[in-house]
Design a protein around this ligand. Structure first.
Ligand SMILES: Cc1cc2nc3c(=O)[nH]c(=O)nc-3n(C[C@H](O)[C@H](O)[C@H](O)COP(=O)(O)O)c2cc1C
Length: 314
């Protein structure tokens, strides 16, 4: 087993994998704003192993977003290994293995967060992946399943199995996305392993990011919900980390970002009216007129109508 070196990233802030959010168009936009690493949403290793074309489509990536991570979940070693090789062949720079998804369906298969109960199995899977791909393998963990904190134990097993970095979402699986993230867990993992640690949970702005780095010593900060409809967050966090300066985006710039997102979706052949509607809500959240916009969006059927409503906002 040879551990591959985790790349030195250009900034300390990276985009979290998010289902239905982090497609190639969204990632390219986040990259443009300074996210130094971006990731696909979680992809089923079983589906990739049997060549499921819908899931393969989610693995679409582009040179302009490098370094880009392909995230997989699963628990059958043979399929995880096949999926890892497939993602490597598709140009991904890193593979991330999901050890935290709280979805009942995924946990029910013994994957995602359910694996936190089986440190031995985690070690076997990570080692098998590290052995077959030439690119770095990372793991994304939670603090544990319930109240019992297993982060240090799992992180150490992943490190000794060849993982190149560990991402710590400082919440238990049972917490889902509610309650506060316990950043102490990130600090404990950072003190316990030598590989880079990426802290995650409740970072919405530059001040939070700086505090997470200061309090935990983590190498990088990962942003999830704070980036939804807000790829600009990467520029503002980077500005705060570099110069302790706060910057904001105007409403018209937000709407412009939305249209840039749509342009990228069309370029990559992933445009859909359903997603365009969803993103219109996300990109305008909190803006003047967004409540009325949401109501109107529920009635529309074509992109031309969405376009008209969005242009009417500014
Ligand atoms: C809509 C949504 C989808 C998510 N999908 C994934 C996923 O596919 N893979 C994963 O590892 N985590 C997923 N997560 C968890 C995030 O990556 C992140 O760990 C979590 O949101 C905590 O970070 P935050 O407080 O910055 O949002 C998802 C979170 C949200 C809100």
């Amino acid at each position: 087993m040879v551990r591959k070196k985790f790349p030195k990233l250009k900034s300390r802030v990276v985009l979290a994998p998010m289902h239905n959010i982090t497609n190639v168009a969204f990632r390219v936009l986040c990259k443009k704003y300074g996210a130094s690493m971006v990731s696909t949403e979680l992809l089923s290793a079983n589906a990739l192993a049997r060549g499921n074309s819908a899931v393969e489509k989610l693995a679409l990536n582009d040179k302009s977003e490098k370094p880009v991570v392909g995230q997989i979940f699963g628990q059958k070693i043979e399929n995880v290994v096949k999926a890892g090789k497939f993602l490597e062949s598709q140009g991904f720079d890193l593979i991330d293995f999901n050890l935290g998804c709280p979805s009942k369906k995924i946990m029910g298969q013994g994957s995602g967060g359910a694996l936190l109960r089986r440190p031995g199995k985690v070690g076997e899977i990570v080692k098998a992946l590290v052995d077959v791909v030439k690119i770095p393998v990372t793991v994304k963990i939670r603090s544990g399943i319930d109240g019992r904190n297993r982060a240090v134990e799992i992180a150490k097993i992943c490190e000794s199995s060849g993982a190149s970095a560990v991402i710590v979402h400082a919440r238990s699986v049972e917490q889902g996305y509610s309650g506060k993230a316990d950043w102490n867990v990130i600090k404990e993992v950072k003190e316990a392993v030598k590989i880079p640690v990426i802290g995650n949970g409740d970072v919405w702005n530059g001040e939070n990011a700086k505090r997470m780095i200061d309090e935990t010593g983590c190498d990088y900060v990962m942003i999830g919900r704070g980036a939804i409809g807000n790829p600009f967050v990467f520029k503002s966090v980077k500005m705060f980390l570099d110069k302790e300066k706060m910057i904001e985006q105007s409403s018209s710039e937000k709407v412009e970002d939305y249209f840039n997102y749509i342009k990228l979706c069309k370029k990559f052949g992933i445009f859909s009216v359903v997603d365009a509607k969803l993103k219109a809500q996300e990109f305008t959240k909190g803006l003047k007129g967004s409540v009325e916009l949401r109501r109107e969006l529920n009635k529309v059927k074509s992109f031309e109508e969405i376009e008209r409503l969005m242009k009417g906002l500014v």
